[in-house]
Design a protein around this ligand. Sequence first.
Ligand code: UDP
Length: 328
Amino acid sequence: MSRVLITGAAGFLGSHLCDRFIKEGHQVVAMDNLITGSIKNLEHLFPLENFEFFHQDVSNYVHVSGDLDYILHFASPASPIDYLKIPIQTLKVSSLGTHNLLGLAKAKKAKILVASTSEVYGDPLQHPQSEEYWGNVNPIGPRGVYDEAKRFQEAITMAYHTYHGLDIAIVRIFNTYGPRMRLNDGRVLPAFIGQALRGEDLTVFGDGSQTRSFCYVDDLIEGIYSLLHADYPYPVNIGNPDEISILDFAEEIIKLTGTDQKIIFKELPKDDPMQRRPDIKKAKELLSWEPKVNRAEGLKITYEYFKSLSEEELYKMEHNDFTKYIKK
Ligand code: UDP
């Protein structure tokens, strides 16, 4: 059995990763500063013997006692609204935070997998995006704090590999959705579903001709799990290549929710990428991985999850009181 540190453990992807490692019988050390994560995503794991939680900001010094076999660095605000609100923390967690975790990985002789992003491609001029494409990023635009920090993260992770011989993996994650996304995180799927559930109009930014390709969370976690166990230190795209325009996506959500909401158009945020679709040839060849859940199935599960939330959760941020979960 391995002992695994997962940062950003209370977040959407972090909590699903914790579940996966626990399911395989591993020992999970979970860490989160709870700025954007929700402790509710982990509450079912607190009673387990092989789960520990530390309320810690990995941009500061990170201490973990005992051995570690793997580190998965998933701490970071990940929605455009969040990184506009907390730009400095966004920059720090993928730069200083990554540096701390690389140091920890080196000290523990652990393998580290870092969560990179399709945002390293910026507003891409190559379509679909393969790992060889270097991207089109505005360093000082509103998304620069996320994009450049993630690019730096890849660079320093690779430097630890080439200079120190550290065992690394880099996953470039494309738009992902599923249960445990925050309804108010500003991303398009929770935004649309939340609007439909509250009886509000759906806000399409720009004319809705921009495209995204949405991957269901279980597929993504499977891809990450395989990549961690592969011997490949270069970036690998994990995502679903099924591309759709945001306007068509809004119409799908209206059909799914059976509501008669109108679509209203709002200004397109600055530097919003016009198109995004992963080229997943590498993941297919290297990991024999490809997504299995189609959008209709994935959206149905996700909608059921959001429908099950209470009124309060539909309107408010979740309250992060983790003290009640701490083992005495
Ligand atoms: N978007 C939208 N309405 C919303 C929220 C987002 O039309 O209420 C658009 C956004 O402009 C972008 C796409 O949906 O083109 C995906 O946005 P998201 O924030 O989910 O993630 P991104 O892929 O841009 O990082």
